[in-house]
Design a protein. Structure first.
Length: 428
């Protein structure tokens, strides 16, 4: 699999010829809405086995081999050239595919109405072959320990058909917001806890969920130990039922990190209790804040490096967004950016006839445009390059895998790159 960034003057036919494939295959893989109008700076996934590399000034077989994790001798043998022959600039070398390691992948699916929309169901069906877990969002805790379920429609059937473990997401959402008061009630009232745990187990067994996933946010700092104790109780009750336990964690960089979202999430204790965790490494750039990358790789790495001091890598799913934002400039507090999918971002750049740029420090694409009312905009989103950078980090750090927020926002290149980099674990 190859990632190609469109340059000025390039056509789909020319790109296909360079990689010994067809324009039709590139259109299909990238689900291009207008194959005749590529965007300068657009990242395309080229669906070939292995990849090609064009020799640049200063390259040797050894340095190229280091870049791609292959020996100089193997590189020479595959390309039928002498190990000691000087390389000519512009020579095309074939890079064979690298071994893939096993990894877990989760995706949340959040219906926004009383039924799952056809678009969300279709996207879930497309994603399911590439998933280990599917997480309908969410079962909301009520103050009496009962649960209000999300629309499930065909989610569980899709999971079964694709050997995906359904994840039962439990939240302290109340009135559309995470409620610290509700969370504290659950964590400090044994009667409510008992009813809640029994309701979770009976619902999971009746519907066929395999993992119980707690996403309890905005908990008071005073409930740090209470949350860990509650999770231990849940673990001890659900393990005999054959159920796994996972927990969503806010992105911390130190144990005593201040703020609404962080203090009750004890990485070390929860890492010991849970089978695995999802660390929500996104929303640096968010709808209510100033324009910036949603998951810049530097801050993401800082969070993961801290997490690795508190729990084993084999328990960590890195959170990854499947969306970007379109901000109106200049940013004013109180304004809200518009969310859009990676595909929609590329289509917007095409309509506005602007080039896509890439921030190599953040490992994130962006572009600027001016709308019909004369207002300036900045769009940050995800593309094949930003995802590949994250996948490289997942492999480097030895993490369990990746968790996506959220389905329903088309990003076909992501799923192709999963299969190119990993063997998706099927735990069912």
């Amino acid at each position: 699999m190859q990632i190609h960034v469109v340059q000025r003057g390039q056509t789909l036919t020319g790109i296909a010829e360079a990689y010994e494939t067809t324009a039709q295959e590139i259109v299909r893989a990238n689900e291009l809405s207008d194959p005749n109008q590529l965007v300068v700076g657009q990242a395309l996934v080229i669906p070939i086995v292995g990849s090609f590399y064009w020799v640049q000034k200063g390259d040797t077989l050894y340095t190229i081999g280091q870049k791609f994790g292959i020996s100089a001798a193997q590189l020479a043998r595959v390309n039928r050239i002498s190990l000691y022959q000087p390389l000519q600039i512009g020579t095309r070398l074939y890079i064979p595919p690298r071994p893939r390691r096993a990894a877990d992948f989760n995706a949340y699916a959040e219906p926004t109405a009383r039924r799952v929309s056809p678009a969300l169901e279709e996207d879930t069906r497309k994603a399911a072959p590439h998933l280990t877990y599917l997480a309908p969002f969410s079962f909301r805790i009520n103050r009496d320990g009962s649960l209000t379920p999300p629309p499930l429609d065909n989610f569980l059937e899709i999971a079964r058909a694709n050997r995906v473990v359904p994840m039962m997401v439990i939240t302290n959402l109340e009135g559309g917001q995470f409620s610290s008061e509700l969370g504290s009630l659950v964590l400090n009232n044994r009667d409510v806890q008992n009813r809640l745990i029994e309701n979770i187990i009976s619902t999971a067994k009746r519907l066929g969920f395999g993992d119980i996933h707690f996403d309890m946010e905005a908990l008071p700092a005073t409930d740090r130990e209470a949350y860990a104790q509650f999770l231990r109780r849940v673990r001890d009750r659900i393990k005999p039922e054959g159920l796994m336990l996972s927990v969503a964690l806010a992105p911390k960089t130190r144990r005593d990190q201040p703020g609404v979202w962080y203090p009750a999430h004890d990485y070390r204790a929860i890492g010991e209790i849970a089978d695995f965790v999802v660390i929500m490494t996104y929303e640096w750039g968010y709808s209510g804040g100033p324009p910036m990358p949603v998951s810049p790789i530097g801050p993401v790495r800082q969070v993961l490096n801290y997490a690795l001091t508190e729990m084993p890598a084999s328990k960590i799913l890195m959170g990854q967004n499947l969306y970007g934002y379109d901000w109106t400039l200049p940013y004013r507090p109180g304004t809200t950016a518009r969310a859009l999918s990676p595909q929609a971002a590329i289509d917007l750049a095409r309509r506005e006839n602007v080039n896509i740029q890439y921030d190599y420090r953040a490992q994130a694409p962006f572009f600027d445009y001016v709308d019909d009312q004369g207002r300036s905009h900045r769009v940050w989103f995800e593309d094949a390059r930003s995802i590949q950078a994250k996948f490289n980090m997942v492999k480097e750090l030895g993490l369990r895998g990746v968790s996506y927020w959220k389905l329903g926002l088309p990003f076909p290149q992501n799923w192709l790159l999963i299969e190119d980099n990993f063997r998706v674990q099927k735990r069912r």
